[in-house]
Design a binder for this molecule. Structure first.
Ligand code: NAD
Ligand code: TDX
Length: 342
């Protein structure tokens, strides 16, 4: 039996990962260490409260003593805890450095103390944004594992910093690590500050959708369950010290995405509100996922549109109490601050 310490398991990808692992590896146990920041929500895993294979620990990855006390029972760490939203990093970069850089370093140092022989695996879940962005007029260009890092937002700079630390701890101390760099995820339980759940829930509420700039920016959309499957494949079979890019092979401009959501929801283009662009807005992300396919046999099977988008929209329609609760209180303050300026 494999016992995984998952950080950030109460967030979007983390909660989907807990469910995915317990469904596909019934012998596994998962302990979720989560600080329950604004994006961490115990409701995301309410259905697993009675499952003896799942345990929740409320705490921060920056708490060295706590992390050290948890590690001896674990076979592996899957590190997802982060400040994850680009727009918030533009408002205030500090929490991004504290959690993404210093928090990752604390985890790595705790691993070294508890596991000096490097028996335990450490999977660092990162983003394609560390590579910067691609031009819109050269569709053949994609990020691969040798693309130089060129992060352009405070968020991606903090993730790049954490990736570099993880690489350095492998090089210097021989730690048994892998890094995954993934494209934009979508699916159930995504915090509605991210574009798909924001647009879908706005439309259910009868509000317009705020499209940044001219909507020409391109993202590569991956269903969260495809991402979870890829992370599990890396955990089980990835080679120590290696990086794996994970993508959906599903590029869309934000305008195409918005039109697709409007169509699925039966709404007109009059619901689009063009607002001021994001500062430093990356133009295009695109992943070349050849390495993970060749080495680990993984490729996306759940991300194809329109089916994957339709089922995601349906999830938000069917789970209105979940997102109404999330969109109340402090979130409203953030939303008003974010969009009042635009
Ligand atoms: P999220 O914001 O939904 O969840 C983050 C979780 O981390 C929350 O539960 C939060 O409470 C927890 N957390 C934050 N600070 C913590 C701390 N100090 N200690 C313990 N827990 C803490 O984010 P997400 O979208 O699920 O992203 C998960 C990971 O995947 C992140 O590392 C992100 O950079 C990466 N990623 C996300 C995407 C995407 O499209 N969402 C794509 C590629 C990579
Ligand atoms: O209101 C909006 N209007 C809009 O046009 C929002 C919130 C976003 N957008 C645009 C900006 C981006 O081009 O939509 C695109 C997607 O935006 P986000 O959902 O904020 O995602 P992005 O900035 O691309 O980053 C995401 O993918 C990589 C995740 O948030 C990161 O955690 C991940 O690393």
């Amino acid at each position: 039996m494999q016992h995984i310490l998952l950080t950030g398991g109460s967030g979007f990808i983390g909660s989907n990962f807990v469910r995915f692992v317990l469904r596909h590896r019934p012998d596994c146990k998962v302990t979720n260490l989560d600080a329950l920041t604004y994006s961490g929500n115990p409701q995301n895993l309410a259905d697993l409260e009675e499952d003896p294979r799942y345990k929740f620990v409320h705490g921060s990855i920056n708490d060295m003593e706590l992390v050290q006390s948890l590690l001896p029972d674990m076979d592996a760490v899957v590190h997802m805890a982060a400040e994850s939203h680009v727009d918030r990093s533009i408002l205030d970069a500090r929490p991004f450095v504290e959690t993404n850089v210093l928090g990752t370093m604390t985890l790595l140092d705790a691993m070294r103390r508890v596991d000096p022989g490097n028996q335990k695996r450490f999977i660092h879940v990162s983003t394609d944004e560390v590579y910067g962005d691609l031009p819109l007029d050269q569709p053949n260009l994609k990020f691969n594992e040798t693309t130089p890092y060129a992060p352009s937002s405070p968020y991606s700079a903090s993730k790049a910093g954490s990736d570099m630390l993880v690489r350095a701890y492998h090089h210097t101390f021989g730690m048994n690590i892998c890094i995954t760099n993934c494209s934009n995820n979508f699916g159930p339980y995504q915090f509605p500050e991210k574009v798909i759940p924001l647009f879908v829930t706005n439309l259910i509420e009868g509000q317009k959708v705020p499209l940044y700039g001219d909507g020409s920016n391109v993202r590569d959309w991956l269903h969260v369950d495809d991402h979870c499957e890829a992370v599990l494949a890396v955990l089980e079979n990835g080679a120590a010290g290696e990086t794996y890019n994970i993508g959906g092979n599903n590029e869309r401009s934000n305008l195409q995405l918005t039109h697709a959501i409007l169509e699925v929801m039966g709404k007109g283009k009059d619901m689009i509100e063009h607002v001021k662009d994001r500062l430093g807005h990356d133009r295009r992300y695109a992943i070349d996922a050849t390495k993970i396919k060749t080495d680990l046999g993984w490729e996306p099977t759940r991300s194809a549109w329109p089916a994957a988008l339709e089922s995601t929209v349906k999830w938000y329609i069917d789970n209105e109490p979940w997102w109404r609760n999330v969109k109340s209180g402090a979130y409203r303050e953030y939303y008003n601050k974010q969009y009042a300026r635009r």
